[in-house]
Write a protein that binds this ligand. Structure first.
Ligand SMILES: [Zn+2]
Length: 308
């Protein structure tokens, strides 16, 4: 049997299983075993990730951290991802992107949607190929993120930022027609990923502070230029704890911007550049100690001081 036909018949079996779930609160639907996103159970689509997943029997809501649009998927694995697992993990996140667990509404069983002309092998195969091809291209460009010495959930978040796939107000406005698209930090411009992470005046100030405390060149004006500026921080082949820590600067600031933005949006806290900066410094110091192996580390007189 050719590769294509093997793929198609595998999918057909999955299609014929029949039911899928529409997730509301997510407390009735099993994350790995039930069909609730895409057309197959996640354990069939991502067997290698399922193998190393810490929670193999949990329900969907147990993998979702936070509330509504401010939340994110946190799929814990028992050890570091290796080889093809990295790509598998990325594809899984890509599949889950745009799916969030609602605060209300019950989980309901529905039958698989049938295409108008019955089951179509062609559309099924092109869907499959699209999913595979799309994820491997994106996985490659930002692969380095997965080697950074930072928590797994932050790696996943950083990757999502570079792909411009975090659920900003601008993104959300595509399906929720409430028209509120203003950036929660500056209240002046549309909250796109690029605005929130790169060009918002408030975050610009904080990037400037990070630039003074480190060697990060802050002349970037897009996420791609920021990615390149981040790569220039590292000398090739340098595996010292200092080099590992420098890889956490940008993810820490992304994480701090997102936390401050969510506290403002969902808790009504007034956001300040200082909040973002303090959170980022706290993350960099913590991750330096607990992930990158610095014996001791602190932030003093505008500098990160590392004791190896
Ligand atoms: Zn803004």
């Amino acid at each position: 049997m050719s590769k294509i036909w093997k793929d198609i018949s595998a999918l057909q079996v999955i299609f014929e299983k029949g039911i899928r779930w529409e997730v509301g609160t997510g407390d009735l639907v099993r994350f790995w075993q039930d069909v609730w996103v895409g057309d197959a159970a996640l354990l069939l689509r991502f067997p290698s990730i399922f193998d190393i997943a810490r929670d193999k029997e949990g329900f969907v809501n147990q993998f979702w951290v936070g509330r509504g649009e401010g939340g994110y998927w946190d799929i814990k694995v028992g050890r570091r991802l290796q080889g093809d697992e990295v790509e598998g993990y990325l594809s899984l996140l890509e599949l889950l992107h745009g799916v969030s667990v609602a605060n209300g509404g019950r989980d309901t069983v529905v039958w698989h949607d049938k295409p108008r002309d019955g089951f179509s092998v062609h559309s099924c195969y092109s869907w499959h190929r699209r999913n595979r091809a799309g994820s491997s291209v994106t996985a490659n460009k930002y692969k380095e993120i997965w080697g950074c010495k930072i928590p797994l959930k932050v790696k996943a978040f950083t990757w999502t930022v570079y792909l411009r796939r975090i659920l900003t107000k601008s993104y959300r406005a595509r399906w929720a027609h409430d028209g509120d698209i203003l950036c929660p930090l500056c209240q002046a411009e549309e909250e796109t990923v690029e605005h929130l992470m790169v060009s918002c005046p408030m975050v610009r100030t904080v990037w400037g502070w990070l630039g003074s405390a480190t060697r990060l060149d802050c002349s970037f004006s897009s996420l791609e230029e920021l990615w390149e500026a981040g790569r220039r921080l590292r000398r090739p082949g340098d595996r010292s704890p200092g080099a590992k820590i420098s890889q956490s600067y940008i993810p820490a600031l992304f994480w701090a911007i997102w936390s401050t933005r969510n506290l403002s949006l969902f808790k009504g806290n007034v956001p300040y550049a200082e909040n973002i900066w303090e959170t980022a410094v706290h993350c960099i110091v913590d991750w330096g100690r607990f992930c990158a192996g610095a014996k001791n580390m602190c932030f003093r007189e505008g500098m990160f001081i590392v004791q190896l």
